[in-house]
Design a protein around this ligand. Sequence first.
Ligand SMILES: Cc1cc2nc3c(=O)[nH]c(=O)nc-3n(C[C@H](O)[C@H](O)[C@H](O)COP(=O)(O)OP(=O)(O)OC[C@H]3O[C@@H](n4cnc5c(N)ncnc54)[C@H](O)[C@@H]3O)c2cc1C
Length: 473
Amino acid sequence: MRYTKIAIIGAGTAGLSARREVARLCDDYLVIDPGPFGTTCARVGCMPSKVLIQVAHDVHRRHAFEQQGIHGADGVRADGARVMQHVRSLRDRFVRAVLSDFDAWSDKLVEGSARFEEKNVLVVGEERIHAEKIIIATGSSPAIPPPWQAVRHLLLDTDEFFELTELPRSMLVIGAGVIGLELGQALARLGTQVDMISLDKTYGGLSDPALQDYAHEALCGELSIHLSGVDSLSEEDGNIVAILKDGTRLRAERALVSVGRRPNIAGLSLERAGIAEPKELPPFSTTTFRVSGAPVYLAGDVNGSRPLLHEAADEGRIAGFNAVRDEDTCFQRRVGLTVTFSDPNICLVGESHRELGARDAHFVIGAVSYEGQGRAIVRIEERGLLHVYVERDTLRLLGAEMIAPGGEHLAHMLAWAIAAGMTVMDALRMPFYHPVLEEGLRTAFRNALSQLDSDDIASEMMRCADPPVGVRA
Ligand SMILES: Cc1cc2nc3c(=O)[nH]c(=O)nc-3n(C[C@H](O)[C@H](O)[C@H](O)COP(=O)(O)OP(=O)(O)OC[C@H]3O[C@@H](n4cnc5c(N)ncnc54)[C@H](O)[C@@H]3O)c2cc1C
């Protein structure tokens, strides 16, 4: 039996972030992972997908060339094999960056899959490891529904997608969540005939009905989207055929399945540690990440709470901070922020429309359309709608949803404003340059304020006697 103070299961973003926090105070720890190393984000997630999207965006710009007086757009095309080489080449660079710090602690790395034998005891291959505290950071894996296994050879998940050496001529994309929408739109722009299949209009997590409708219209202008869901999948002459619930028949070379991810807990035998029923997640705190009543922490995608890179890093850090100390400390979550790198970007910030409705919040919606917005016109990116939610009584910014050009940046500004506790007037007192996409935010703030009887000069211009923004009188 090998003894250690802290065992970290998983060397992904959460596990590595936990390791860094643990290593500040303690040298007696182990990190267990079977590989491949380099994190989901860098190998098969955030980074390679963004490389593909960037190429797709660049080649798609050719449609604006003629209007701008640039000739030669007809000759611009993507070479699928070269595109995928480029994706893998940058992917390898991101992976190398992750691996570059492994050498400094390679004596702590145990290569293999861990499972519980009993409370505090893990088995990794032939080895048994006793740990006083255990951090589970095993991430999640793409889910493929069991009935579809018969045509598995024609399906791709995101672990496999970036290994394609050519882009298929045609592809079904099953699931239009964040990942399906990003990759589906990118493929379509790169020349693949794409049919996207979804169940509803919650693109990128949008919950505001007006935005869902707007996004549907905007995306349908470019993509073939079916909202009736898959009834069955079968093979025909080496192609995949989907029969949808409304009877529609679709056929393509391959199908990308992006219908969600499941936590990697199946092989952990959590029941042996007495913390969960077989294959179930144990109850855990979302402020300390400790599993109820056990010296175990659950961080990153494995806990399913906020499956995003920056959240996994935060959760790993909190779990590591607590695991290496006698007492747990509660930590606040950052303001929620999600970005779908579709074009236009789809973003959610703070409280969503659905969450506000669920808690019966009293709020007004400040809206701005990016159709006709100055900077969007210049960029030939005149598609977008942004809603910002403002609390009626306090005028505080609560949240926002949008499908908007440059949304990734607008969403950050809003998230920072919400985190700083700003009211809509505080936000309007900030400078806005001209002409920028951020001016759209000002339009939305003004629109909210106009519904609150407060839009006089003092709501935007600070008198000499006023205290600075952030300092309440
Ligand atoms: C296509 C795609 C695009 C994405 N894009 C974005 C994006 O743009 N922005 C964003 O914020 N997020 C994005 N994400 C999500 C983001 O990648 C994840 O939230 C993040 O990588 C989760 O990190 P993690 O540490 O929880 O898991 P991982 O990085 O997956 O690490 C888990 C580790 O645990 C190991 N492991 C599993 N089981 C065991 C076991 N039994 N024993 C030992 N080790 C084990 C695995 O080998 C792995 O190394 C994307 C994801 C995908 C798939």
